[in-house]
Design a protein around this ligand. Structure first.
Ligand code: GLU
Length: 551
């Protein structure tokens, strides 16, 4: 029986050839140097921070080179598939502004000429490629049961040999085509394996774009190409899909690096030029006890991308952070080019850290602070409102009821050369501004008024201030001048320099007096510019707040 006859027996319905598919999916007509890359997750429903970083880079490189980025769903492993798993991934990518040129855009919709982009819809294509290998004598049906595979493993352990289905251990390699045909006709279950041409004692070299040259022993395992359900296993699907989708760059996490000998061999067996590989260092975290470990889905809430959405950390800040861990030179570049964005920066594989990136949430929050500080007050308002409508509806309606007032609050010490950086995320803004809203404010004499502790004295300061000195129409200089006058009148030093020289001659200083006013109006001794706060609150509201102190 010829190999061709065996191949027809196994795949009677496969009538197309590889050539037919090559015609259907011709080489892409792209400018020189254009990169085609992809994000290829299993439909597990969500994207982990590590894979978001991979997707981000796989998106960035085609953007820099006028190439193509596509989303392919790798659902041939039923165990990793969850209900609505595709939509979750699409939403996560969308939330982080990772747009796709081709691929899966919803559970039911795909765009692009190189699809289908869901592996379970590509069964016949994989089978065509497998059929070709059987015809060439480079693949064969394997009838070994799990028990037989286990026996082989035990024997290898006993003989202290490498574990796996290879060489003389690959029993089904040695069947004749007649024996194979007979067992198939008897309906024995089988899978299709590669007849690996590799020699474990020889080396192959991967020229990784991040890590440079890496040597591996050649693969000699007869890996599974097609499972008994007719669908491919990951390695084979990678070959078929990335060949036909004309992927130029495989950008993925370095957990896949050990698979590359298999991948390179598959390309070699078919006589196809392999794509370029870039294996990205693991995203790690320093534990409380100082050890480095992989960022973990289970232990670290910040590993789930939904965390950023809930916390109201701007997507742009996360992307800026991803860029800083992707390319070591980005941060310095961004510092010097504050008005430019990620799109203006050219990603470089050579500027990646090989040892992996440390995920530093504190740094991300600092980037977020910087980013939010550069937004216009009205943008802060709009984006905070979107966040609050989902996560704090009470605050959302307060914001809606006082739109202009809220924008003015966000405008304090903003839109200037060195804007104030106190909002680390949208979820923390309420903690910074709640006292400006009567809905939240509660006056109380129990606050920490700083140096001035005596209630009578606090009353005296506030009463004198509101009755004699505070005038809404004062400009900032006049306003401050009056706080000094108030201080002098009540026995506090109006000038900090004099006060420091002679602290014992006064009850305190102008700073202590301002603190009393600040705490009485805001409850806090640390706030943005007091002049602005008082101006926004307005005299009536200030008076009302002082009433708590029987004034
Ligand atoms: N489906 C693989 C994953 O789940 C894709 C690996 C690759 O990018 O080649 O990560």
């Amino acid at each position: 029986m010829t190999n061709k006859e065996l191949a027809d027996l196994i795949f009677p319905n496969v009538t197309k050839t590889i050539k037919d598919y090559e015609k259907m999916y011709p080489e892409r007509n792209l400018p020189k140097g254009a990169v085609v890359s992809r994000f290829a997750p299993s439909p597990t429903g969500f994207v982990h921070m590590g894979s978001l970083r991979s997707a981000f880079i796989a998106r960035k490189v085609p953007k820099d080179t006028n190439g193509v980025f596509f989303l392919r769903i790798e659902d041939t492993d039923g165990a990793r598939t969850v209900e609505n798993g595709i939509q979750g991934i699409i939403d996560d990518l969308k939330n982080f502004n990772i747009t796709i040129d081709e691929g899966v855009v919803s559970e039911t919709e795909q765009i692009g000429e190189y699809g289908p982009y869901i592996q379970s819809e590509r069964r016949e294509i994989y089978q065509t490629f497998a059929k070709h290998l059987i015809e060439q004598g480079m693949a064969y049906p394997c009838f070994c049961t799990p028990e037989e595979i286990e026996e082989i493993r035990q024997m290898q352990e006993l003989n202290k040999e490498r574990i796996g289905y290879y060489g003389s251990y690959a029993e089904c390699r040695f069947l004749t085509n007649e024996e194979r045909a007979e067992r198939i006709k008897k309906k024995e279950p089988y899978i299709i394996r590669l007849k690996s041409p590799g020699d474990f004692n020889k080396k192959i070299v991967l020229n990784d774009l991040v890590r440079g040259k890496i040597e591996f022993p050649e693969n000699d395992l007869d890996i599974v190409l097609i499972k008994s359900d007719g669908l491919p296993l990951y390695h084979f699907a990678h070959l078929v899909d990335d060949y036909l989708m004309r992927t130029t760059h495989i950008i993925r996490g370095d957990e896949w690096i050990s698979s590359t000998p298999v991948h390179l061999q598959l390309f070699q067996v078919f006589g196809f030029e392999p794509p370029k590989y870039a294996h990205l260092g693991t995203v790690m975290k320093v534990d409380e006890n100082g050890t480095r470990r992989k960022l973990s889905k289970r232990k670290d809430p910040e590993a789930a991308v939904s965390y950023y959405h809930q916390k109201g950390i701007p997507v742009e800040a996360v992307n800026l952070y991803l860029m800083t861990i992707a390319n070591t030179n980005f941060e310095a570049w961004w510092d010097q080019n504050q008005t430019l964005g990620i799109d203006d920066f050219k990603f470089d594989f050579k500027k990646m850290s090989v040892s992996g990136s440390l995920f530093d949430l504190e740094k991300l929050m600092n980037i977020s602070k910087s980013y939010i500080s550069r937004l216009k007050a009205s943008e802060v308002y709009d984006r905070l409102l979107v966040w609050a409508k989902e996560f704090d509806t009470e605050f959302a309606s307060i914001l809606e009821n006082h739109k202009d007032y809220a924008i003015s609050i966000f405008n304090i010490e903003r839109e200037q050369k060195k804007p104030r950086k106190d909002y680390a995320s949208f979820s923390t803004i309420k903690d910074c501004v709640w006292y400006m809203f009567d809905e939240y404010f509660v006056g109380d004499l129990g606050y920490q008024f700083g140096k001035v502790q005596e209630k009578e004295e606090i009353r005296r300061i506030l009463k004198t201030y509101i009755e004699k000195y505070y005038d809404e129409s004062d400009d900032k200089d006049t306003w401050f001048h009056k706080v000094r006058e108030l201080s002098s009148e009540l026995g506090y030093c109006a000038d900090m320099k004099f006060y420091k020289e002679n602290p014992d001659s006064y009850k305190g200083s102008v700073a202590d007096v301002s603190t009393v006013i600040r705490v009485a109006t805001t409850t806090s001794s640390m706030t943005p510019d007091l002049y602005e706060i008082l101006r926004l609150l307005g005299k009536d509201r200030i008076k009302k707040r002082f009433q708590v102190f029987d004034i």
